[in-house]
Design a protein around this ligand. Structure first.
Ligand SMILES: [Zn+2]
Length: 204
């Protein structure tokens, strides 16, 4: 076994450790309720662990999705179309990876095709696949842009996300009016100031 293989061993061990089942997550929620000082067996709370677990399953559904695969089916009969294509303001819900608090936002996903386009609903599904994970907004923005760039190989990609973070608005520093804007520009969106301004102008 060479050094390279040895270095991979801890990762492989992690993969084999297995994922906890639903019953274990429900038990964990029950424990949180007990820890709060409330009684998980009273009527109002008896179904709560199951409900919270189902909600979390929904919040984490993105881990089971492959965003690159979503974009595989593309169309090349586009009559030389080479202007910007923009999915505007698609809304998403995510959970921040630092507090598991909601991130509620909208994403603008733009690209300039180079011979291939993809169904617009597929772009929305890529946003969803990355949003339904534990996230930070910066990473979410970059992942969406990088995936469109890698799979579609367009002339450029621009992704802008505007979102409010419950960990900022509802707790901690309590800034209910604030939102965070992040962007990632690749290819012609990075090089062409006018194109970038056109996209950013849609968000304001
Ligand atoms: Zn947070």
């Amino acid at each position: 076994m060479n050094a390279h293989v040895l270095a991979l061993e801890p990762l492989r061990a992690l993969d084999h450790r297995g994922k906890p089942g639903r019953a274990e997550v429900e038990a964990a929620v029950r424990m949180i309720i007990r820890w709060s000082g409330d009684n998980p067996d009273r009527n109002g709370l008896i179904e709560t662990p199951a409900r919270v677990t189902r909600a979390l399953e929904e919040a984490f559904v993105g881990y089971a999705q492959d965003p690159s695969a979503i974009l595989q089916k593309s169309f090349d009969e586009i009559e030389g179309y080479d202007e910007m294509v923009v999915l505007r303001g698609v809304s998403f819900e995510s959970l921040c990876e630092h507090h598991m608090a909601p991130i509620l936002g909208r994403a603008w996903v733009a690209y300039v095709p180079d011979g291939r386009v993809v169904g617009i609903s597929k772009l929305a599904r890529v946003v969803e696949a990355y949003a339904k994970r534990l996230q930070i907004q910066e990473k979410l923005t970059a992942q969406i842009a990088n995936t469109v760039d890698d799979v579609l190989k367009p002339r450029g990609v621009g992704v802008v996300i505007r979102a409010s973070h419950h960990c900022m608005t509802a707790r901690g520093v309590h800034k209910p009016e604030s939102d965070l804007v992040t962007s990632r520009m690749l290819g012609c969106f990075r090089d062409n100031q006018q194109l970038r301004q056109e996209l950013l102008g849609m968000i304001a």
